[in-house]
Design a protein. Structure first.
Ligand SMILES: *Cc1c(COP(=O)(O)O)cnc(C)c1O
Length: 410
């Protein structure tokens, strides 16, 4: 009989969202009159903007005529999209990239997972705690770890706690590591990294020959002009960092699917015989073999995000979500809660009051306010005692949820 990849058996069952669903269904069955408001989701709610939608439609129409039909495109993505992103999104940051350094994909979750293909299994890896679970679980699946301990830490990974004490900015690992995942603005804590803090990480990586895997899925939500949007704003980062971006949260593409990876040509790793080799070449080889490109209409729609009208509309949606974030952040503070995030990212990370566990607070919020959020402990052991609310909801619901919290939790 064929053997399975039993690394998968080390994974703990997807527990967080099913358990949230179970508790919400139980509550709704017992209180059919209650209007439950969900501020737990990490999904956007605003529709595609008119300019993006028109580009999407027009590109579908291109497929209807033999004269404009498009079949397989370049595996790395179309130059029209790569050039739009480089010109409109990286150049204004002072970051120069070559077309060959950017790879368009069908989203950043797959990229964060697939990138592991081009790294040796015996590399040591550091991840944040709490963390976007994809970084952790994909390292388990590929066989880089042992079993999880009772807290949920997998043997072989280096966890970097992000807590109130360190301002949700992890300390450098005590032992040297080969790969480090960083996500700023952060999901779930909403924390951002200043130029000086990112420079610290770049300097660490250069000194230790490490590679930073930088997840910038929320860069478009940064409001403070001094906060870097890209790790390549830091000198030397092209020698030590891979950057991931996504159109999902930026432009409402969670159901459309488009993302990108930047793998600079200067970034090198070591071969088993001690030579140097380009990660860019490996990723190109990986993508051309295992991927056939994001769809043409999707890439046309994505390029429209960076048109003048498209960006204006996109920015309005981002501002809408960030106004939600402000309402949640300020309302919760008024209710006496300690809140973090929500200024340069769409997540509010609050400290549970009176020493409640994350799940205790989940139940309290559900029962007393009929509001659903996400227990921080679901993102890692250091998330215990915290709770995530998302700003991606609809304005009226956000206002009502905050009013209920102010009234009931004060
Ligand atoms: C939502 C999200 C992504 C983007 O995922 P897609 O696959 O592009 O939809 C990447 N990283 C983090 C931390 C996220 O929260």
């Amino acid at each position: 009989m064929a053997k399975i990849n039993d690394n998968y058996l080390k994974l703990k069952a997807g527990y967080l969202f099913p358990e949230i669903g179970r508790r919400v269904r139980g509550f709704a069955a017992a209180h059919p009159e209650a209007k439950v408001i969900r501020l737990g989701i990490g999904d956007v709610t605003q529709p595609l903007t008119p300019t993006i939608l028109k580009a999407f439609h027009d590109a579908v129409d291109d497929l209807a005529q033999a004269s404009s039909f498009m079949g397989y495109g370049p595996e790395q993505g179309y130059d029209f999209l790569i050039e739009a992103i480089i010109e409109k999104s990286y150049k204004p940051l002072g970051v120069e990239l070559k077309n060959t350094e950017m790879f368009i994909s069908d989203g950043s979750k797959c990229d964060c997972a697939n990138i592991l293909d081009i790294f040796a299994l015996d590399n040591t890896v550091a991840i944040g705690d709490p963390v976007y679970p994809v970084y952790n679980d994909t390292n388990v699946m590929i066989g880089r770890t042992g079993e999880a301990d009772e807290k949920g830490y997998y043997q072989g990974l280096v966890y970097l706690p992000c807590t109130e004490e360190n301002g949700f900015m992890p300390a450098f690992p005590k032992e040297r590591v080969d790969m480090i995942y960083l996500c700023f603005p952060n999901n779930p804590t909403g924390a951002v990294a200043t130029k000086e803090q990112l420079k610290g990480w770049v300097d660490y990586a250069l000194a230790n020959d490490s590679v930073i895997l930088f997840d910038a899925a929320y860069e478009a939500f940064i409001t403070d002009p001094s906060i870097p949007h890209s790790i390549y704003e830091i000198e030397g980062a092209k020698k030590c960092a891979i950057e991931f971006r996504s159109f999902s949260k930026t432009a409402g593409f969670t159901g459309v699917r488009c993302g990108l990876v930047v793998v600079p040509e200067e970034l090198e790793g070591t071969t088993s015989t001690g030579g140097k080799y380009s990660f860019n070449k490996l990723w190109l080889r990986r993508q051309t073999t295992k991927f056939n490109g994001a769809s043409y209409p999707v890439q046309k729609a994505a390029a429209a995000v960076y048109s003048e009208a498209g960006w204006k509309e996109t920015k309005e949606n981002i501002d809408y979500y960030m106004e939600n974030a402000r309402i949640i952040r300020e309302g919760l503070s008024e209710a006496g809660l300690t809140v973090y995030g929500g200024v340069n990212g769409p997540y509010i990370w609050l400290k549970t009051p009176a020493g409640l566990t994350s799940w205790d607070f989940f139940d309290k919020l559900l029962n007393e306010c009929n509001v659903v959020g996400t227990p921080g402990s679901g993102f890692g052991p250091s998330g215990e005692g915290y709770f995530r609310l998302s700003a991606f909801g609809n304005r009226d619901n956000v206002i009502e949820a905050v009013e209920r919290i102010k009234k009931n939790l004060k």
